[in-house]
Design a binder for this molecule. Structure first.
Ligand SMILES: Nc1ncnc2c1ncn2[C@@H]1O[C@H](COP(=O)(O)OP(=O)(O)OP(=O)(O)O)[C@@H](O)[C@H]1O
Length: 314
């Protein structure tokens, strides 16, 4: 077993009232009674809404946080006592935090990591070349990181995290804020890492389903679902189609489809049944010029509302 988690809880304190010199705190469970095992080579998606406890669980696995109750073992041992040793076998990408030096080219961070993890010159050169090719990242690695787009920066984050060829890859919302094309290119890249154990955290179930063979859902700190992703893929839940079409007018479009206009100018068609998706996509693409289009299943919301019937399979 590569990760063993048994009845794990983590409590934090939150401020419930604040006066000038006096604050009142209350404890709450960010992670509550979670049990989960991950085998070598498994690709597990850890999914949940904002604040459901995903990052806290990851920090417990990495040994950054001490559990309040229960036990976690990473590579068979206590992750806090073995944090340095485990770091050689783990690659981590945080969507909200960068490990790249802001004023330097990403290549300089790769070189720093080469020293840190004692990667040979030959392996380093080979891995940078291979990862750059898979991520289509060759042309911007010598630019200062501050000049990169978010999509380019995230690709560089992946190379920095994988330069020591880790066995376990932990991804905490690595696609947050990315556009559809950049997200797809990260998902395609992750699909090529077939010999790695992956723990992929996201609030986007559709994206995680494309990479992972098992899906774990957290809700308010509790593990509410643990299922094979094929079982979830077969679940027919109404979808939402979102697209951008700068050259079409809202009035023309709403005359044909019950669309909503989003704050960012995109159009959204909600509650599309699975059997109608193909037809509506071909109608839309044939009728109007589309800049980008995305189909989302709405499955996470459905599962969260139906976890009693979906069942917990730990
Ligand atoms: N250091 C902390 N002190 C107190 N509360 C915290 C701390 N870190 C996280 N929390 C709270 O714990 C809960 C779980 O947070 P966590 O970041 O683990 O969730 P998450 O699922 O990763 O959320 P997101 O998707 O928004 O990143 C939230 O209510 C958050 O406000």
């Amino acid at each position: 077993m590569l990760i063993e988690i048994e009845n794990l809880s983590k409590q934090y304190q939150k401020v419930i009232s604040a006066r000038l010199f006096h604050k009142q705190y209350q404890e709450f469970d960010a992670v509550k009674g979670v049990s989960l095992n991950i085998n070598p080579g498994e690709r597990v998606g850890l999914v949940g809404l904002n604040g459901s406890g995903k990052s806290t669980l990851i920090k417990l696995i990495l040994g950054i946080l001490q559990p309040s109750q229960g036990q976690v073992k990473t590579f068979g041992s206590d992750p806090i006592a073995n944090r340095q040793k485990n770091a050689r076998k783990i690659g981590v990408v945080f969507g909200q935090r960068s490990q790249l030096r802001w004023d330097l080219p990403a290549m300089d961070t790769f070189k720093l990591n080469r020293e840190l993890y004692q990667v040979s010159e030959k392996d380093f050169t080979q891995r940078v070349a291979q990862l750059s090719r898979l991520l289509d990242a060759g042309d911007f690695l010598l630019q200062p990181v501050r000049n990169l787009s978010l999509g380019q920066r995230m690709k560089a984050e992946f190379i920095a995290a994988l330069i020591h060829d880790p066995e376990l890859i932990i991804l905490d919302e690595p696609t947050i804020g990315l556009d559809v094309l950049s997200k797809n290119s990260i998902v395609n890249f992750l699909q090529t890492l077939t010999d790695k154990t992956i723990l992929f955290t996201s609030h986007d179930l559709d994206e995680v389903e494309k990479v992972c063979s098992r899906i774990v859902i957290l809700n308010q700190g509790r593990l509410v679902l643990n299922k094979d992703s094929q079982e979830l893929a077969d679940l027919a839940v109404p979808a939402t189609i979102t697209f951008a079409s700068k050259t079409s007018s809202y009035d023309d479009l709403t005359a044909r489809w019950p669309l909503e206009r989003l704050d960012n100018g995109d159009y959204q068609l909600a509650n599309v049944s699975q059997k109608d998706i193909k037809r509506i996509l071909s109608e839309l693409t044939a009728a109007i010029p589309i800049d980008h289009i995305e189909v989302k299943s709405g499955k996470l919301e459905y599962l969260l509302a139906h976890t009693a019937t979906a069942g917990v399979n730990q």
